[in-house]
Design a protein around this ligand. Structure first.
Ligand SMILES: Cc1cc2nc3c(=O)[nH]c(=O)nc-3n(C[C@H](O)[C@H](O)[C@H](O)COP(=O)(O)OP(=O)(O)OC[C@H]3O[C@@H](n4cnc5c(N)ncnc54)[C@H](O)[C@@H]3O)c2cc1C
Length: 371
């Protein structure tokens, strides 16, 4: 069976059936993650030399888009896993990378902090040498899969090196890590996106990922392309799901007094068409960004800056339209539209936020440095 077929089975048999509970109770999609591991999806992007499937951004985006159509929370957990995996395959220990390849290890990014908020490129958390160890202190503000992942790709200020950031591999059960409060959010409620505090967390010096002070280059070079593209894939998957639900509602709901379905109302059809056009525009940009990066095109960096912002804002527009087109029915949880409406809003505020990306794009267009 191909990994795509195994993914379809995992979605149909595990992720979709659990989706309502994941959202309603804010329950981490543990069974879904286990199923993704068994289907070879957690190890999809690990090079074959390390036991993975050796796939890249295009395949990861396709997987995330499909999972997102079934459960936004599971898709974002997978997104953060792929983004952190990109750092680990380049700089992490072989044992961890092999465990990811075998579907036994979930990882995530721990970048955002109380001090620097969404400007993760300027961490205020610290690392200092203590004997033959390194001590980490931090107040991370949001970590998807907090305490549920096996490891965190963790940012801090450098030990001594120049540059704004150093990256570390931190085991999620390291003594000194704690979760001040559990995640209870508007959307992506199953993500376990809680704050994480590090109080004198001791790691070995070889837990460092790359050279001291080079963390931002690694984050931008390895993690960010995955994060931006897969975040966009989450948004595209949400739009596909909400459009399908809207069509089912319009074609299946009667206006008895007119002897028609809702689909026979021109205004509602036009709303649906606007949803389709907006979703397709984002999908085309997503596919073009993946193609631009694969071909090393000149506009690849610009596309990369555009894609998450465009898809996030498109998903907000499309899910908002669905709430209007499907009327009061969309307000109820059974249609699944209000969930997409809530879930879609997270991408806008996930760093780099839409606002920050627009600023970067403007800077790039004017020939100014990004920061
Ligand atoms: C569901 C979810 C999951 C997440 N998962 C992760 C994760 O796995 N790992 C992780 O590291 N983070 C994660 N985050 C955090 C995310 O990336 C952002 O850091 C977080 O949403 C920012 O929230 P905030 O309240 O600190 O926003 P703020 O940073 O306060 O932003 C509010 C507004 O101010 C703007 N702004 C902020 N700083 C400045 C500045 N210096 N100058 C000008 N404008 C500024 C922003 O662009 C935004 O428009 C997650 C967030 C969400 C919602």
């Amino acid at each position: 069976m191909s990994y795509q077929e195994k993914l379809s089975e995992a979605i149909t048999n595990v992720i979709e059936p659990a989706a309502r509970l994941v959202d309603r109770e804010g329950k981490f999609p543990r069974d879904g993650v286990t199923a993704l591991g068994a289907a070879g999806i957690l190890g999809l992007t690990v090079p074959t030399s390390h036991g993975g499937a050796g796939a890249g951004l295009a395949e990861a985006a396709d997987a995330v888009r499909r999972v997102s159509g079934a459960c936004g929370s599971t898709a974002m957990v997978l997104t953060m896993h792929f983004a952190a995996t990109a750092v680990l395959t380049a700089h992490g220990p072989d044992t961890v990378v092999r465990a990811i390849a075998e579907g036994r290890h979930l990882t995530t990014l721990a970048f955002s902090e109380n001090g620097s908020r969404s400007h993760f490129w300027a961490p205020v958390s610290t690392a200092r040498t203590h004997g033959d160890s390194v001590i980490l202190e931090a107040q991370k503000s949001w970590v998807t899969s907090a305490s549920q992942a096996d490891s965190y790709v963790w940012s801090s200020r450098p030990l001594t090196g120049e540059g704004p950031m150093t990256l570390w591999l931190v085991s999620s059960d390291a003594p000194g890590l704690s979760i001040p409060f559990a995640f209870d959010g508007l959307g992506l409620r199953g993500n376990a996106s809680s704050p994480v505090t590090a109080d004198s967390v001791r790691v070995a010096p070889d837990a460092r990922l790359g050279e001291d002070g080079t963390g931002l280059d690694i984050a931008f070079g390895a993690a960010l392309p995955y994060f931006l593209i897969l975040n966009a894939a989450c948004s595209v998957g949400q739009m596909e799901a909400v459009i399908a639900r809207t069509i089912t509602h319009l074609t299946g709901s009667k206006l008895e007094h007119l002897g028609q379905t809702l689909a026979e109302q021109s205004g509602l059809r036009q709303g649906l068409a606007r949803m389709r056009i907006t979703a397709d525009s984002a999908r085309v940009l997503l596919d073009d960004t993946v193609a631009a990066l694969a071909a090393g095109r000149e506009d690849a960096q610009l596309r990369l800056l555009e894609v998450k912002a465009a898809a996030a804002e498109a998903a907000i527009e499309v899910t908002d339209l669905a709430m209007t087109v499907c009327g009061g029915s969309a307000f109820r949880t059974d249609l699944g539209i209000e969930r997409s409406f809530r879930d879609a809003r997270a991408a806008r505020v996930m760093a780099p936020t839409t606002e920050a990306l627009r600023d970067f794009i403007g800077r790039a267009l004017c020939g100014l440095p990004l920061m």
